[in-house]
Design a binder for this molecule. Structure first.
Ligand code: SAM
Length: 227
């Protein structure tokens, strides 16, 4: 695939059914671009992304970019979902918090890689649609849905072994650091509206380290510790 195709084309050849498109996505949008964790590749190959986009975008579900999901929000690019998930280094025993349920796609991927997932969304209609897909259609039983301001985390189920934030914050919300377990990892887009850095936060006992990993552009986190 040329660089032009990667950024401006759909990137998925015509005439494939969804399963073939999913396999193609795993090979050419993920593995070829450096996603190497076999568990992440396997999970991305099992979640039917076409169920998480509105009907008018279903044919473009495997487009190599973000897509609108209504309410002014987006489902992230497959590569970004895979990259952020890989940074968490999940082994299967973890309790994970996701901030920004959106379509529920990222939560579905996490549910295949961790023991328990809590996901919080501020827009009730999105949370309900995501719950319908994950619980009613996919029969996933380890995802808990919450509605509210995720910039404050979800203290009721803390501490979390991993936290994944899928909306951008001007700074790292202190409650999220508090709710991270010792030895835990958090991935969060931090920076001004429009362009941020993906930051990996590690907590070792009382010591917290931060590492900038990649430039990204996420929708804003609206809330007490966001905008
Ligand atoms: N993870 C999602 C997926 O797989 O489709 C994509 C999330 S979308 C890029 C960001 C989401 O964060 C939006 O649905 C938005 O409503 C939500 N959001 C923004 N601020 C929030 C907050 N303070 N608490 C919870 N969710 C928030």
């Amino acid at each position: 695939m040329s660089l032009f195709d990667r950024f401006f084309g759909n990137g998925v050849p015509n005439g494939m059914d969804f399963e073939e498109q999913r396999r193609w996505m795993v090979e050419h949008q993920l593995r070829e671009w450096g996603i190497s964790d076999p568990r992440v590749l396997d999970a991305m190959g099992r979640v039917p992304r076409e169920l998480f986009v509105p009907p008018e975008y279903r044919e473009s579900a495997y487009y190599d970019g973000a897509l609108p999901i209504g309410e002014g929000q987006t489902i992230s690019q497959p590569y970004v979902v895979a990259h952020m998930t890989m940074m968490l280094e999940l082994k299967g025993h973890e309790k994970v918090l996701e901030v920004g349920t959106g379509s529920g796609y990222q939560a579905a991927v996490l549910s295949l890689l961790a023991r328990e997932v809590h996901t919080i969304e501020r827009i009730p209609r999105l949370a309900e649609r995501a719950r319908q897909v994950l619980v009613d259609e996919l029969k996933l039983t380890n995802v808990h849905f919450h509605i509210g301001d995720g910039s404050k985390g979800w203290p009721e189920a803390a501490p979390y072994d991993a936290i994944l934030v899928t909306c951008a914050s001007p700074t790292i919300p202190p409650p999220l650091i508090e709710q991270l377990a010792p030895g835990g990892r958090m991935v969060i887009p931090v920076g001004p509206r429009g362009l941020q850095e993906l930051v990996l936060v590690r907590k070792e006992d009382s010591k917290v380290s931060q590492e900038k990993r990649a430039p990204v552009a996420f929708v804003p986190m609206i809330g007490e510790y966001g905008w």
